[in-house]
Design a protein. Structure first.
Ligand code: ATP
Ligand code: MG
Length: 243
């Protein structure tokens, strides 16, 4: 099983949208996908319209296994979150294995799933650290604004800390809300490249149907198959499943 975290400390830059739609694009490649909502805000759980009886809170507390909480959403298994997950960071903060709880929970599923996608909360808290420690690869969604590129340095220093313990962890930046007609966005893209940050060759554009798919509780591939963002999600799915 290859595990991919969608993570960056900034809020509202398309983490959850990327997690849901990339997971759907990988599922469309006939792979068995586990999609984890690792965010107390539970946006992914709301997107997939799942109930929150048993959630990742139980998994972190050790009262349920991931297999016991997952629900089907368009052919994938989704592990829901709930607001109580916000208490978990305090509860685990004194534990010796506090950074490895999710990694351990996933270790039992290595032969069950082909891919695991983890949607993380904004910020650099212990839940996000758990997601990074459990992952083989990180997708960093970023809006192509100069301020966001500055903000990225903070995330990169956290990521580099984790990579000291996990040198095999790879990462790549995905530009979201990209508009190639805006000089500002072109400049930000060039700035990212000049910082030697590796970017995906595709970008996500802002469009209404991508947002509407949330309300319909459907992956964009189902809600609006012809949407050009699907080409991007499919390309990333192909890249990440090719090794
Ligand atoms: N490509 C897009 N086009 C239009 N709307 C989008 C697009 N991507 C995301 N959105 C909308 O922008 C909002 C934020 O997106 P999303 O929840 O994916 O960001 P996030 O990084 O997960 O946020 P948070 O940090 O709060 O978890 C949502 O309302 C979503 O529907
Ligand atoms: Mg989110």
């Amino acid at each position: 099983m290859k595990t991919i975290a969608i993570s960056v400390q900034k809020g509202g830059c398309g983490k959850t949208t990327t997690a849901a739609n990339l997971a759907a694009a990988i599922t469309a490649r006939e792979k068995h996908v586990l999609l984890i909502d690792n965010d107390p805000q539970s946006s992914l759980t709301l997107y997939s319209n799942l109930t929150q009886e048993r959630t990742m809170t139980d998994v972190y507390r050790g009262t349920a296994a991931i297999q016991e909480i997952v629900r089907d959403w368009h052919g994938m298994d989704v592990a829901p979150a709930d607001i109580l997950l916000s208490q978990v960071e305090n509860e685990i903060s004194d534990r010796k294995d506090r950074r490895d709880i999710l990694r351990k929970a996933l270790s039992f599923l290595d032969s069950v799933y082909d891919y695991c996608i983890i949607d993380t909360a904004p910020g650099l808290g212990l839940l996000s650290v758990n997601a990074l420690m459990a992952s083989d690869h990180v997708i960093i969604p970023m809006e192509p604004n100069p301020a966001d590129i500055w903000g990225l340095e903070l995330f990169m220093s956290t990521l580099n800390q984790i990579r000291k313990a996990k040198p095999e962890l790879t990462y790549k930046i995905l530009l979201t809300s990209y508009n190639d007609r805006l000089k500002l966005h072109q400049a930000a893209k060039e700035a990212a490249e000049s910082h030697s940050l590796e970017l995906y060759p595709v970008t996500i554009s802002r469009n209404v149907k991508t947002a509407e798919a949330w309300g319909a509780h459907e992956p964009l591939l189902i809600y609006d198959p012809g949407n050009k963002n699907n080409i991007a999600y499919k390309t990333i799915a192909e890249m990440e499943t090719s090794e």
